[in-house]
Design a protein around this ligand. Structure first.
Ligand code: NI
Length: 169
């Protein structure tokens, strides 16, 4: 187990389209999943990390909304999400986001209020979940990382919707 270093903007590896995973029995993959989980748990209020943020161009992310400062009433706890596909979006909601790869900023981002997402777990088993609110937002943010997208790409106005953090964690 290891806590991984997180790449920060403008590292070009954050801009790559990450690769699908097909070998679930690979010890390296299982180790990377454990390291991502350990990294998320070790960072204060961290609710998600995507593999590309640690320099691995793979369609893998972990989320845990229970690790946040104000955990939502309903969430699925720790999820290991591989090769995700959003099947359905509904509603829209604006909310404040931050990112380990952009440590100095937060921003107001419009996301779907609820989503249905299909993915494979760490053993390659297919799962489909309905996510809402904050957890749906976190999933959409992390899936963006797999496509080389950062939350600042989705901000409408840098003048009114991007904020410099006063206190670094
Ligand atoms: Ni992020």
């Amino acid at each position: 187990m290891a806590i991984l270093d997180i790449l920060t903007y403008p590292d070009s590896r954050l801009r790559e389209y990450a690769e699908e995973i097909d070998n679930f029995s690979s010890p390296e993959l299982q180790q990377l999943i454990d390291d991502l989980l350990e990294t998320m748990a070790a960072l204060p209020a961290c609710v998600g990390v995507a593999a590309p943020q640690a320099g691995y161009s793979l369609r893998l992310l972990v989320i845990d909304c229970g690790n946040g400062r104000k955990p939502p009433a309903q969430h699925h706890g720790q999820l290991v999400v591989i090769n995700p596909d959003i099947l359905h979006w509904s509603g829209t909601d604006i909310g404040r986001e931050g990112c380990l790869s952009l440590p100095d900023y937060t921003g107001n981002v419009v996301r779907a209020q609820s989503i249905r997402v299909r993915f494979q777990d760490r053993h390659g088993q297919e799962q489909t979940l309905e996510l809402e609110g904050f957890e749906a937002r976190v999933m959409q943010h992390e899936i963006d990382h797999l496509d080389g997208r950062l939350f600042t790409d989705r901000i409408v106005s840098r003048k009114t919707d991007l904020f410099q953090r006063k206190n670094r964690l």
